[in-house]
Design a protein around this ligand. Sequence first.
Ligand SMILES: Nc1ncnc2c1ncn2[C@@H]1O[C@H](COP(=O)(O)OP(=O)(O)O)[C@@H](O)[C@H]1O
Ligand SMILES: [Mg+2]
Length: 240
Amino acid sequence: MGDNVLKVSGLKVAYGGIKAVKGIDLEVNKGELVALIGANGAGKTTTLKAITGTLPPCKVEGTVSYKGVSLKGSQSFHLVEKRLAMVPEGRGVFTRMSIQENLMMGAYTRNDKAGIDADIAKWFDVFPRLKERAAQMAGTLSGGEQQMLAMARALMSHPELLLLDEPSMGLSPIMVEKIFEVIRNVSKEGITVLLVEQNAKLALQAAHRGYVMDSGLITMTGNAKDMLDDPRVKAAYLGE
Ligand SMILES: Nc1ncnc2c1ncn2[C@@H]1O[C@H](COP(=O)(O)OP(=O)(O)O)[C@@H](O)[C@H]1O
Ligand SMILES: [Mg+2]
């Protein structure tokens, strides 16, 4: 215990008069895959943005520590150097760069050319559609393909902690399967993951632990398997 990679304590975020996050505590231990689930508007994206310091100007209270050090004042490019990567909601690929260039951008903090080439080859194996389109502008890809590229690009930086915001949003069932397969494999390789999802069932099936967020508060937390069996979670989030 005490082996947390990420620790959020007493986090509050208000956009003007809107209290989006109302005092939450959350931690992710080394090697864990933790799911943060909750309805639209619960405050999940705001929480991730507070962790990465990418919120618009607003009132933030509380602390976020990464590997025991406060992230206060960190800018997103410093986070990559600290080996913390985030795939934002709505993907965030460089639409006017090719797929190959997007992957290379993901590795900009690395200088092991052979390793970078090997990783690009690996991601092209995992996502053959990206390989077929390697020289194409990323903006010409479908939503699902952009999601795959965003994930591969984030992993090109060899993160220790990966933050994912709704990776399944807008994807076809087959692509959702594929993305979750990648998430499970990434976790098995030892990367620590905080997964924000509205697809509570898939997220809890993949995760070790989970948190439920509702109206800016954490209302439930526990072992992911227990949460899948919890009648309250079933009724509110699994449609069972
Ligand atoms: N930039 C913003 N300005 C004002 N209100 C915002 C902004 N971003 C989010 N909100 C509000 O904060 C609340 C939480 O939003 P969000 O964190 O995006 O929730 P989730 O990701 O769980 O759907 C919502 O009420 C939303 O309308
Ligand atoms: Mg969101």
